[in-house]
Design a protein around this ligand. Structure first.
Ligand code: ATP
Length: 451
């Protein structure tokens, strides 16, 4: 059953468009179906999500290393992985209006738009084809990778040899993937060009079930730590008949998106499928020698595979809120401070020269530490609303009294409470608040200003 999320997709799309999070790709030419451009705020949010992932997966762990493999790979990769044969969707076309559909998405045997008769399903490969070198011939065909994972499998031996890693350990990668999706729509949920954050975690056969459970738990907790409400996250186990050809077991982490529960991340136990396939196709050994037991074996792989774009959408949907505010509605994004595109906005109360000078000095002083914005247009109330709508956790207001007492106010986005602090304490105070210290814990010389 599809539960209804609290926020409409139109509201998210409109906010993203209005405030420069996401634009349609090549919009001046009418856009390109299921391709999107991240604007000035979107690129920051996306970078912050990737940074949070990299930090928790690579930087803070001693059993993981990173990789950045190329998008174009030797075409044999895709033969061995099964993508050339099996990475397909069953496509049907309406004989009347010629619209195309994924037959496994359809509830009836007729066209959902005009009711026309549909063709027999034909398998449609989702990989984008292109040519390497100057001659467009079959021998020079290469593919835009449909997942980042294969770049990790083919580098397994390189990483083992150069880092002398012992099992269990993982290789993590963030990068672009491309799929010529048949069913598109739902904004950035399903794109033809998107980014993935993938882990391939190599383990000794027999310990794979334990590690699978570990990663399911770990990944679920990661989303919750970023502030996504636990009730909007759900696990779904794949039934046997729905498992991909390489998977022994698979769970999706689903999020309650505006269109209903849908996949945010997939976690699969891939067994030894990939390494065995690539070893046999390349003729190179991808075995592992276990020093302890003195055995050679092919490791099993646990793969948590997350989408950056779907994470951006989930984070935005989860953070979106509307509150009654005098005669209007206050729209705000309750973004976790680590994800907020702009951490602090510097707002001089007026455009008087003396105030602007001080505000610009403070703005310049804060910028090396965080993404900070400066806004002196329109009333202070409107400026606060603008920052609330894009999830800026703190506003620093410089008023005429600041010129006298060298103090400024810090206003918190969610509570709208304010404290006043000496300018000399501003940077450390903001640092502490952005790390989660309650607003009313005051620095020396600070005071509660407005509750
Ligand atoms: P779906 O069933 O929704 O098509 P999938 O099961 O094919 O997704 P995977 O192959 O498991 O997806 O890819 C791992 C992750 O990559 C997904 O959980 C998702 O976050 C992301 N992803 C996959 N396809 C797309 C896409 N077309 N647009 C955006 N993100 C995607």
């Amino acid at each position: 059953m599809t539960e209804k999320a609290k926020v409409d997709m139109e509201k998210i799309v409109s906010l993203c468009r209005r405030r420069g999070f996401v634009f349609p790709s090549s919009e001046i030419y009418g856009g390109l179906s299921s391709c999107w451009d991240y604007g000035p705020l979107g690129v920051e949010l996306k970078r912050n999500i990737k940074q949070a992932w990299w930090q928790s997966i690579v930087q803070e762990r001693d059993d993981m290393v990173g990789l950045d493999a190329s998008i174009l790979m030797h075409p044999q990769t895709w033969e061995a992985s099964g993508h050339i044969k099996g990475f397909t969707d069953p496509l049907v076309e309406c004989k009347n209006c010629h619209l195309r559909w994924r037959s496994d998405d359809l509830k009836s045997s007729n066209c959902p738009t005009c009711g026309g008769e549909l063709t027999e399903p034909r398998l449609f490969n989702l990989m984008f084809k292109t040519f390497i070198g100057p001659i467009e011939e079959e021998a020079s065909v290469v593919y835009l990778r449909p997942e980042t994972a294969q770049g990790i499998f083919v580098n397994f031996q390189n990483v083992v040899n150069t880092t002398r890693r012992r099992l269990p350990f993982g290789i993590a990668q963030i990068g672009k993937s491309f799929r010529n999706e048949v069913t598109t729509g739902n904004f950035i949920f399903r794109c033809r060009e998107f980014e993935q954050m993938e882990i391939e975690f190599f383990v000794k056969p027999g310990t794979d079930d334990k590690w699978f459970d570990y990663w399911v738990e770990e990944r679920l907790n990661w989303y919750a730590k970023l502030g996504i409400k636990r009730e909007n996250l759900k696990l779904r186990q794949h039934a046997k008949e729905e498992l991909a050809h390489y998977a022994r077991k698979c769970y999706d982490i689903n999020y309650l998106f505006p269109m209903g529960w849908s996949e945010l991340e997939g976690i699969a136990n891939r067994g030894d499928f990939d390494l065995v396939q690539h070893a046999s196709s390349s003729g190179k050994s991808l075995d592992y020698f276990d020093e302890e037991s003195k055995e050679h074996f092919t490791p099993y792989i646990i793969e948590p595979s997350a989408g950056v774009d779907r994470s951006v959408l989930a984070v935005l949907c989860d953070a979106y809120d509307e509150e009654p505010d005098k005669d209007e509605i206050r729209v705000l994004l309750h973004l976790h401070p680590s994800l907020a595109p702009i951490k602090v906005a510097v707002l001089p109360l007026s455009r008087r020269e003396k105030l602007v000078k001080l505000a610009k000095e403070i703005y310049a002083d804060l910028r090396p530490g965080w993404m900070v914005s400066y806004d002196d247009a329109q009333s202070i109330g409107r400026r606060y609303r603008r920052q609330d709508e894009t999830g800026t956790p703190f506003c620093v207001t410089i008023d005429f009294q600041s010129l006298e007492d060298a103090q400024v106010t810090i206003r918190e986005r969610d509570s709208m409470n304010q404290i006043r602090v000496p300018i000399g304490e501003l940077k450390t105070t903001l640092g502490a608040k952005l790390s989660g210290e309650p607003l009313f814990v005051l620095p020396p010389g600070g005071q509660i200003w407005k509750k």
